[in-house]
Write a protein that binds this ligand. Sequence first.
Ligand SMILES: [Zn+2]
Length: 103
Amino acid sequence: MSRKETILRAAKRTAEEVRAVTAKNRELKSRGNKNLGIKPHKHCLVCWKPIDMDYEDGICDSESCIKINEKRQKSRKRWEVLLYVFAGIFFISIIVQYVASGT
Ligand SMILES: [Zn+2]
């Protein structure tokens, strides 16, 4: 067997392997697409029920979910305010220390 023939045979085998792998990948991909056949949606932030993309708040129609979300947003805002207040106090104390040590 000539050297050329061996190389040719090896190349052919590699090509066949590549073809097999791509075929497998394609099969996996199409299977994945089938699973993604569900139309785009999101989930309610409170009860995780699937809802339409149109719901901008990310909350379903349920009254309890709306109430819970309102409560959450209120407490989140309160925490944000507290965070700013603490950051302000922190910076003021640093400035005060800096000024006090400077004189
Ligand atoms: Zn909900």
